[in-house]
Write a protein that binds this ligand. Sequence first.
Ligand SMILES: [Zn+2]
Length: 702
Amino acid sequence: MENLSKLFIITALVAMTLPSCKEEQVFDKSNPFFSEFNTTFGVPPFNQILAKHYLPAFDQGFAEGRKEIEAIVSSRKKPTFENTIVALDKSGSLLTKVRSVFNCQALANTNDSLQNIEIEISPKISAYQDEIGLNPELFRKIKFVWDNQSKFNLNPEQKYTLDNLYKEFVRNGANLNPEDQEKLKSINQKLSVLTVQFDQNVLGENNTYRLVIDKNGLAGLPETVLAPAEEVANAAGQPGKWAFTLQRPSIFPFLQYSENRELRHQIFQAYTNRGNNGNEFDNNKILAEIIALRAERAKLLGYKNHSDFVLEPRMAKESENVLNLLNRLWEKAIPVAKNEVAEMQKIIDREGGKFKLEPSDWWYYAEKLRKEKYDLNDEELKPYFELENVKSGLLTVANKLFGITFIPLTDCPLPHPEAVAFEVKDTNGSHLAVLYMDFFPRDSKQQGAWQSTYRTHQVLKGKEVTPVITTVFNFSRPGEGSPALLTMEEVSTLYHEFGHALDEMFHKNAYNQTFIATDFVELPSQLMEHWASEPEVLNMYAKHFQTGEPMPATLVEKLKNSSFFNQGFSNTEIYAASLLDIAFHTLEAPVDIDIQRFEKEYFDKLGLIPEIVSRYRSTYFSHITGGYDSGYYGYTWAAVLDNDAFDAFKEKGIFDKTTAGSYRKNVLENNGIMDPMEMYVKFRGHEPSEKPYLRNIGFLAD
Ligand SMILES: [Zn+2]
């Protein structure tokens, strides 16, 4: 599934919250960022925040943050954990406040003004981070605390925080000489601009393209696919026609059902060539420059390549470990994928098609193969996945596992008029979090699905600050007069992002800054997906939207059997993207590559079969510019973890409260403040095994 949880990336050093001291400045009182948010649970007053408020708030945020850092640096007191590490953690609170709101809105509710601010603010953030990260006096104090940590009687969270913070400074260039630090600053600023441009180009390509068809092109397309396409055409001023976009909920159903091979080919070409059209949205040069700059930076910091630099603080530790795993899995996946090609080619031949299966044919013939072998298709399932039912089923699952409850908030400001809000209450009725859900695509939203936070958990002056969390999706918009019906993949995506939200709401960190290993961050989300398709859970929520009947047992059984279907394809396309990511980032400086040629030669060498295109091709691989660089493998890495973790529940019963309690206490509460392997072993009793993963995708017999 499409899971883009960008904001999980730990942008250390500016992620800090505290009511700011603002005695002497003159403020624009109408700017909501300059006063406490006087709203339900202190959520941002979205209806009062205008685009013009961001830049002044950012500027003031930078100014206050700089003053607070200066106070730490100029203090004559001997550095301690409290006066250095904690003071740093609490600095820049206004900046964090405005930045959290801005980042979330720029992803889910953007416009031209916000996009311009993004371009303007992004190098300023980067410069501010560098000012802190490369401040020699600040580093000297942190190093003093780190060197003398045994004298400060630190608890485990404090030790973990100090250790990670210190290493991050080293990795940020704190040990470089002033001249090299200048080089580093310049590289970071260039990168921050280029990565934003890359994303905006992908969005530009998505919004520009429409495949518009008239009644001659409808063959094979079911009503549920046509209704939203009709609305897109209406919105584009083409009534009486149907339009498909490059957003996943639009293009993939088209590829799956349209009988028109030429049209399938056309839209697929548009999809796989995004950012590669030689127009104003072309990303080839931008990506080549990003990769060259990253390699240069790694070398400057003393690493062999960018991957080694990135992976050092991860659970994987080094690119060798990632490559070993991916290559082992690749060997297992390719024969399975080839077998799938052969099965589909048989259908083509039998139907008298005189052609070889091409990548744009895959979804159409996979759907036929699925009907043939498993007699199951999305349309058969969709009536049982009415959004409201799925949502309330999910909340019930969370309640059964953790005892938490969800109260709809009707008078709470919303990040977008289409979003819904809940108060999350803990077992004892105490307030745990505010949770938003925002379901449908629009031009102002990035593609994919993600979870991000308007406010994160921390402890301030002994008092808990509770999180404000949002989950954002791009589910097929319902046609007029009909409810939103989801595919199984969309249901899984809902569970996935909700898993991230659970992680966020259960955090027990005392400090604002946490260090979540990026290859561990998908465990909570991918683990939740397992519940979505368990027969016991389907019985709870999968009710027919018209009759209210539960999903028939035969359909549940078919769904279970279909879990091995198309695994060769779906894993091959993901492993291909993961390997491409590592290939780009293990290049050693100086790097000068032609993106298209590199991609082609790499996949040829790897043995990617011609019927499959990488899940993401280079010029729209937003993960590797949006913070998942050398990190896309993380989904697979986490899959090994989540399958092993779910086995713990399977052993004791999927709603076993003791297992859920242990998972909450040992993993979710400690995520970001404890070593990932240590947390995992505390929960599971042993290190993760690959076997449940391989078994569950059909690559390993029992
Ligand atoms: Zn995720």
